[in-house]
Design a protein around this ligand. Structure first.
Ligand code: AP5
Ligand code: MG
Length: 194
């Protein structure tokens, strides 16, 4: 099973991915986490990515696609994969389709976690306070830039998947548990089919 979780910064992609990993043994592939890991390891990619992430911009599509290809190839044998924060551009969505076709795989669900943007600053600042991991992009200023990039570059992939009959939308303004139930209900439709 391959699931894509889509949503604005702070919508709850990472939160829901962690739960799906714990409850269903899925493998989470978060391009944001991969970049932060590269930075923590002090790699050249990590250093280059830091400046881009701190500015709220997107890392180049070819770098991201190469990263995903490597990790996807290593993860296909398991219970399934959640793509968290990827794809983020039409070019990435097209690159993913090509990659999956070569691997003989397909996307089962694209789930958009919809939220009112006025709650995102609070969520991000709460996360910054509560989490052990410090994210240099977790400020209200960088959030505004990430949101602008989300509208310009990432939102166009919503109709891309809608046109392919893949898209489901869940209300991300509900409690974490209610969002989780809504996602489970969507995943159940595949389980009933197969
Ligand atoms: P990335 O790490 O993907 O960050 P993001 O998309 O900005 O999203 P976040 O991780 O901030 O939010 P989230 O949706 O995971 O929310 P969370 O569950 O933590 O990307 C970072 C950067 O890396 C990008 O800006 C870019 O530079 C680069 N990058 C990454 N991928 C890339 C790609 N594919 N191409 C190019 N560049 C890329 O929740 C947030 C908080 O809200 C938490 O405290 C949580 O507890 C709380 N919360 C969650 N759900 C709820 C709820 N229902 N009710 C109340 N609180 C909730
Ligand atoms: Mg996240």
């Amino acid at each position: 099973m391959i699931i894509i979780l889509l949503g604005a910064p702070g919508a709850g992609k990472g939160t829901q991915s962690a739960r799906l990993v714990a409850e269903r043994g899925l493998t989470q592939l978060s391009t944001g986490d991969m970049l932060r890991d590269a930075l923590a390891r002090g790699t050249e990619l990590g250093k280059q990515a830091k400046a881009i992430m701190d500015a709220g911009k997107l890392v180049a599509d070819d770098i991201i696609l190469a990263m995903i290809r490597e990790r996807l190839t290593a993860s296909t044998g398991g219970n399934g994969v959640i793509l968290d924060g990827f794809p983020r551009t039409i070019a990435q969505a097209e690159g993913l389709d090509k990659m999956l076709e070569e691997m003989g795989l397909r996307i089962d669900h694209v789930i958009e976690i919809g939220v009112d943007e006025n709650v995102l600053a609070d969520r991000i600042m709460t996360r910054a306070k509560e989490s052990d991991e410090t994210r240099d992009d977790d400020s209200v200023e960088v959030l505004q830039k990430r949101l602008k990039v989300y509208h310009e570059s990432t939102a166009p992939i919503i109709p891309y998947y809608q046109n392919r009959g893949k898209l489901s939308v869940v209300d991300g303004m509900q409690s974490i548990d209610a969002v989780a139930s809504a996602i489970d209900a969507i995943l159940k439709t595949t389980e009933e089919r197969s």
